[in-house]
Design a binder for this molecule. Structure first.
Ligand code: SUG
Length: 448
């Protein structure tokens, strides 16, 4: 019996643009009004998926959403035909229209929190879509995300789907971007590591002063309860609030883990030594051997980590037990970070190979390799129960590239979001995509 960590990457949607929507995410606000290329963005994402598939990793695709979200605009009082709704929003509230046009569902690390069957009380893989309620443009994602996940992981005897947590700041949940799982083998019990930015009901915990802390302790605890996790297999840690104020808006911008390895910055967590000791103890109790690789501030500063997205990398286990680190080109462009990476892969430690990808279109909105993927640890039998049409293959890669070239614009600006034709293009593309990925009806326009 084999087991895998499958990565489901978000396919970039046809409305990818730079609207500066994410206060606290310095790339998003810094690139506001830049000209975007949805076609290039989608192609860059597909190239990463295909390369990792070709390298032997299990790779799947998560579909984008219908944008502009006319349903959200209607809830806010814009009425008339779909074209009239868009025209009124463009005239009266362009910032709200931009939020309803965001292609932010590409960052599937925020789609949901997933607990593998080996950890849960009922032995099923549990999914909870993230409410993403810290940002309006992201808070509208979870109903469609939930439907897409159900269409991909449909077998109820193996997969359990929860609704998102209450949409309120007390339960702010950003999904797997603040969740890592450590284990010996993917299908053996593991330790689930939840990192939060603030506690909403307990004022003794510190908070960042400048930027919002999106994930709450109470949301993480609710997920652990819903998924039926044992206390002995859960560790909670608070992200250092000073790093949030430097632009580390999720834990996956300052640490990444896979299997028994945590790669993290010196300033990732409050009470870091205690956190690492608890992870070590809890994994050891399950027969595992925890390894932490700490990057000192003196070698890579938090600011350099934010610019390079060194920690927004993917750690992927090769068949020889060693790990590849997948980084964006921005990591190669910062000399101290590249020097560090060179030293790391030649250190004799668990990470012995680096792969670099051009993900500039996504990076300019603060989305690196790790943001673009949702991890699902699956046994052979569970993998066999996944909708096979969403799994990467040579044929799917060719089909999706052709689909992107047919439907996506090469250039998109803020003004273009007012064009009612964009909605028509998006719906035509998604209608075809649901056939390709065999998702059934998952979008509001299909359900109406
Ligand atoms: O939520 N950016 C996303 C980036 C998410 C990255 N995810 C992880 N780190 N896991 C966000 O801030 C920007 C959209 C804009 O400004 O147009 C945006 O939503």
């Amino acid at each position: 019996m084999a087991a895998y960590e499958a990565n489901f990457d978000g396919l970039v949607g046809p409305t990818h643009n730079y609207a500066g929507l994410s206060f606290g995410n310095v790339a998003s606000t810094g690139n506001q009004n830049a000209v975007a290329s949805p076609r290039q963005a989608a192609r860059q994402g597909l190239a990463k998926m295909k390369a990792l598939h070709d390298a032997g990793f299990k790779q799947g695709v998560l579909a984008p959403h219908e944008r502009p979200s006319v349903a959200s605009l209607r809830l806010l009082g814009f009425a008339g035909s779909d074209a009239e709704v868009i025209a009124r929003a463009a005239k009266e509230a362009p910032a709200i229209l931009a939020a309803c046009c965001s292609a932010s569902t590409m960052w599937t690390a925020n789609a949901a929190t997933v607990s593998p069957g080996a950890d849960t009380a009922d032995g099923r893989v549990h999914f909870t879509p993230a409410n993403l309620n810290n940002k309006f443009h992201r808070s509208i994602e979870h109903p469609t995300t939930g439907r897409i996940l159900k269409a991909m992981f449909a077998d109820e005897s193996r997969f359990a789907h929860h609704p998102a947590l209450p949409a309120q700041m007390h339960f702010g949940d950003e999904g797997a971007a603040n969740h890592t799982r450590f284990c010996h083998e993917y299908d053996q019990p593991g330790v689930e590591f939840f990192v939060f930015g603030q506690a909403a009901f307990d004022h003794r915990y510190p908070k960042p002063a400048r930027f919002p802390a999106r994930q709450t302790l109470e949301a993480s605890q609710a997920i652990a309860r819903l998924h039926g996790l044992k206390d002995s297999q859960v560790v909670y840690a608070q992200q250092d609030p000073d790093t949030i104020d430097l632009g580390v808006f999720h834990n996956d911008v300052i640490s990444v883990g896979n299997r028994n390895v945590l790669f993290h910055h010196q300033k990732s967590f409050l009470q870091q030594a205690e956190v690492l000791a608890e992870l070590d103890r809890k994994l050891a109790a399950l027969g595992g051997h925890f390894v932490a690789i700490e990057v000192p501030e003196a070698e890579v500063s938090v600011e350099e980590a934010v610019k390079s997205y060194l920690f927004n990398s993917q750690l992927l286990s090769k068949s020889d037990g060693k790990l590849i680190i997948v980084v964006p080109e921005e990591s190669r462009n910062i000399p101290r970070v590249w020097t560090y990476l060179d030293k790391l892969v030649n250190s004799g430690g668990p990470i012995d190979e680096v792969r670099v990808f051009d993900l500039k279109q996504s990076m300019q909105n603060g989305g690196g390799p790790a943001c673009l993927r949702l991890r699902v640890a699956l046994s052979d039998a569970e993998l066999a129960a996944v909708n096979p049409a969403v799994l990467m293959s040579d044929a799917l890669f060719a089909t999706l590239n052709g689909w992107v070239d047919k439907h996506y614009r090469d250039r998109l600006t803020g003004e273009d979001l007012a064009d009612p034709q964009l909605l028509v293009e998006c719906r035509t593309a998604l209608d075809e995509l649901t056939q390709i990925l065999k998702l059934g009806s998952v979008y509001p326009f299909q359900l109406a």
